[in-house]
Design a protein around this ligand. Structure first.
Ligand code: GLC
Ligand code: CA
Length: 529
């Protein structure tokens, strides 16, 4: 089978604020990224998704964009972006930008114009109503904000500084496509599309995801932007399931290459207070979701395989209690590499980074977390309980400065980092790991090299996926079958050793030596046929 370029990518996600600071202001920047391109190349990643680095008042870490064509001064200049594109190209690394087009910042010129009056041509770029309804914002509170001068409410599915764009307006859509083409013409490889499932919103019906015209818009976008180009697209779709994934990613429908699905994680959110109050992790439930995703229509759709991103606490902490965090990081990545689909690495996964230890409320900065410090108090929880709920589950956990070495704050910046460094940067950092054959970093490199091998890659991309031991509370195991090849994968997803079912078979690869028993988090891969 012919492998398309987008299918064989290994994508590395950078949260630019926290990756590498080049000028000592405590905030990561594009020059910092450029200085680490060799590191990313050496890891084996083939593309980099950069969370938003455009002009922004930073009410939501840059997911509130005020100018889609300018780099925010805290991240550098447009010339820095040109240099990044050039340097990445030299290394054959694609740059994937974050496309945030469900909403803009309230400081975007379109919204500033829209505020001037109902007759202003930009008024209709946003969603206005005479009356608010009960629709809630993802970040807490109501999703409508009143503007007295207009006697109207505008919609904001996220923070009130993030007014929603009106995708029903064809002029708005044209402007967005033009902007996308501008970046692709500059040499960008593609887009990660922020909350793309919200474009078809029907707020009067309280429908936010999967609205009536969503797929029409995505097909139009494909036609106006992607047609005739070799470009990459991945949509962020919290509401996608194994059926809707086909709608987004069936190549015949011409929408997106792949989508992030979140139910593997969100299934553990509490009935009440969701992410702030998660229920205990259950491996059998995790496998049910991930295996189902793997066996449903993968011939007509494509998976994005990920555990972490800038919105989730690290999976090694949420899912791997009682296990060694670094070994767990190896195991989770091996699973991503051997499932059908495209693996994503979130910065820090490759060294097994953990969370910071938040000691007081002021150390938490994320807008969602800060809103919920108040919303949860309003529900009657004690100050102590709220602090615990928020500090353990907030997005800041994944946004910590990257740990490069054991110097102050992990060598991320010579200044004071904008957010607290992880608790154990002195022992968990690139410098410590890079020459250690047994480190997480060395494992990621070997794992990528193994997966991308000519005789393995077609099986991983196109082979059938056959779940094994679905009811086992300790193993994560499956077969991949392609033509006359059959490969067995087993990971010990538990704190205690398990028996190796394939001892004596043809051993291909592993995170631990082949033996009768597999230690906690150990991964072994065998050729069975
Ligand atoms: C997506 C982003 C998240 C952001 C939100 C609003 O979920 O990943 O970080 O806050 O969209 O743009
Ligand atoms: Ca900086």
């Amino acid at each position: 089978m012919n492998i398309k370029k987008w299918q064989k990518q290994i994508v590395y996600q950078i949260y630019p604020r926290s990756f590498k600071d080049s000028n000592g202001d405590g905030i990561g920047d594009l020059k910092g990224i450029i200085s680490k391109l060799d590191y990313i190349k050496d890891l084996g990643a083939t593309a980099i998704w950069i969370s938003p680095c455009f002009a922004s008042p930073m009410k939501d870490g840059g997911y509130d964009i005020s100018d889609y064509r300018s780099i925010d001064p805290i991240f550098g200049t447009n010339a820095d972006m040109d240099e990044l594109l050039l340097e990445a190209k030299k290394r054959d690394i694609g740059i994937i930008l974050d496309l945030v087009v469900n909403h803009t910042s309230d400081q975007h010129v379109w919204f500033q114009e829209a505020l001037k009056g109902k007759d202003n041509p930009y008024h209709d770029y946003y969603v206005w109503r005479k009356k608010a309804n009960t629709l809630g914002s993802v970040f807490g509170g109501n999703a409508w904000e009143y503007v007295p001068a207009l006697d109207e409410y505008y919609l904001h599915l996220f923070a009130k500084e993030q007014p929603d764009l009106n995708w029903e307006n064809p002029k708005l859509r044209e402007d967005i496509y033009e902007m996308m083409n501008y970046w692709l013409d500059k040499g960008v490889y593609g887009f990660r599309m922020d909350v793309i499932e919200n474009l078809g919103k029907q707020p009067d019906l309280l429908i936010t995801t999967n609205g009536e015209h969503l797929h029409e818009y995505l097909q139009e976008m494909h036609q106006k932007v992607y047609e005739g180009r070799e470009a990459f697209s991945v949509g962020e779709c919290w509401g996608a399931d194994d059926h809707t994934r086909i709608l987004y990613t069936d190549p015949d429908r011409k929408e997106l290459n792949m989508v992030f699905q979140f139910s593997f994680f969100a299934q553990f959110w509490g009935q009440k207070n969701g992410k702030w109050n998660p229920s205990p992790f259950d491996l059998i439930k995790l496998k049910e979701v991930l295996f189902h995703k793997q066996i449903t229509e993968t011939k007509r759709s494509w998976n994005a395989n990920f555990w972490d991103n800038h919105d989730l606490p690290r999976a090694t902490i949420s899912f791997c209690k009682g296990m060694d965090r670094k070994e767990a990081s190896k195991m989770l990545f091996a699973i991503s590499c051997f499932e059908q689909g495209t693996p994503f690495i979130y910065q820090g996964d490759e060294i097994g980074m953990g969370h910071p230890l938040f000691l007081k409320e002021e150390e938490i900065v994320d807008v969602e977390a800060r809103n919920n410090l108040t919303c949860l108090r309003d529900q009657g929880f004690s100050k102590e309980d709220v602090f615990k709920m928020v500090s353990l589950n907030c997005r800041d956990n994944a946004r910590t400065p990257f740990s490069w070495d054991s110097t102050k704050d992990g060598g991320f910046s010579t200044g004071t980092p904008w957010l607290k460094a992880p608790a154990d940067y002195q022992t968990c950092n690139v410098e410590e790991e890079k020459n250690d054959e047994t480190s997480v970093l060395s494992f990621f490199k070997k794992m990528i090299a193994f997966r991308q091998k000519e005789d393995i890659l077609p099986l991983v991309l196109f082979g059938d996926f056959i779940p094994l031991a679905e009811d086992s509370p300790s193993s994560f195991s499956f077969l991949r079958v392609y033509k006359d090849q059959e490969i067995g994968f087993i990971a010990n997803f538990s704190p205690s050793p398990i028996t190796n079912p394939w001892e004596g078979k043809e051993f291909l690869f592993g995170s631990v030596p082949e033996d009768r028993f597999i230690p906690s988090c150990g991964v072994l891969i065998y050729r069975l046929k």
